[in-house]
Unconditional design. Structure first.
Length: 241
C-alpha cells in the first residue's frame, strides 16, 4: 500500500510588499531555497514517479522557475535530469487538506494516473459514486465486507493502514486475514494512508470498504435481520424490566 510521510515542514514569514523595501523578495528567496534544499535532500529520484508542486496563485510557477535557474547554475544534475517529473497545480492553500481538491482535479489525475495515490483516489471516488448509483455492489464496515469476501464477490478492497495499527491484536489479525484472502481470490487491494486526505475520507466510512464484482442484495437483508433481532432483544429486556 501507500504511505504518506512528511519529510520536511518549511515555514517562512513573508512580509507584504512595501515600496522601497526588499524584505518581501528576500523572504521569498529564503523560502524557495529551503524548499529547493529539502527536495534535493529527500527526493528518491530514481524511484519517484511524479513531483507535484501545488500552491495558491503563482507561487508554484515562481518557485519552479527558481528551481530551473538555480539547478543549472549549481549543476544540480538530479533536477535537470528529472525535470519531466514535475507537475504544477493550483491549490487553495499550503495546508494538507488542500491536497484533496488537487487530487480530485480531473486534469491532474489524468497526468498522475500511473501513480498509486491517483489510483487510490479514483477507486475511492468510484466507491462513493456507487453508494448512490449501484448500492448493491458497494459496501463498507467489516461485517458486510467480510461476508462479501466469503462469497468471493470482492473486486476491490479499500482499507486504511490505521486498521493494521489497532491496539487489539485480534482486530489487526482480522484485517490482515481479510486482505490476504481478497488477494488470494484475485481481488485488488488498496491500502490507504491515514495521513493522506483520501485515507481520512475512507476512515469516515469505517476504514474498510469494498466494490463488488456483482450485486449482493442479501447483505442488506442480513443487516435488516440483525437490526430486527437486536431491536427484539432490547424490547424483551424492556419487558423484563
Amino acid at each position: 500500500g501507500s504511505l504518506t510521510v512528511v519529510k520536511a515542514r518549511i515555514c517562512v514569514n513573508i512580509p507584504k510588499k512595501r515600496t522601497g523595501s526588499s524584505q518581501h523578495a528576500k523572504s521569498l528567496q529564503k523560502f524557495y531555497e529551503q524548499v529547493y534544499q529539502a527536495l534535493l535532500r529527500h527526493t528518491p529520484w530514481e524511484t519517484v514517479k511524479i513531483i507535484l508542486l501545488a500552491s495558491p496563485g503563482f507561487v508554484k510557477d515562481d518557485f519552479y522557475q527558481y528551481l530551473k535557474t538555480q539547478s543549472v547554475k549549481r549543476n544540480d544534475s538530479e533536477f535537470v535530469k528529472h525535470a519531466d517529473k514535475f507537475l504544477l497545480a493550483t491549490a487553495s492553500s499550503g495546508h494538507k487538506h488542500a491536497l484533496e481538491e488537487v487530487l480530485c482535479d480531473a486534469a491532474i489525475l489524468a497526468q498522475m494516473e500511473d501513480t498509486k495515490v491517483a489510483k487510490e483516489t479514483q477507486e475511492l471516488q468510484k466507491f462513493m459514486r456507487m453508494l448512490d448509483t449501484d448500492p448493491m455492489r458497494a459496501f463498507y464496515g467489516y461485517t458486510h465486507v467480510s461476508k462479501a469476501n466469503e462469497q468471493l464477490a470482492i473486486e476491490s478492497l479499500l482499507v486504511t493502514d490505521e486498521l493494521f495499527r489497532n491496539s487489539n491484536v485480534t482486530t489487526r489479525r482480522l484485517y490482515v486475514s481479510l486482505v490476504e484472502s481478497v488477494r488470494e481470490h484475485g481481488g485488488n487491494v488498496y491500502i490507504f494512508s491515514s495521513m493522506h486526505v483520501s485515507g481520512q475520507q475512507l476512515q469516515q466510512v469505517s476504514g474498510v470498504a469494498a466494490i463488488l464484482r456483482y450485486p449482493l442484495p442479501d447483505l442488506d437483508e442480513m443487516e435488516q435481520v440483525a437490526y430486527e433481532w437486536q431491536s427484539g432483544e432490547m424490547e424483551q429486556e424492556s419487558d423484563a424490566d
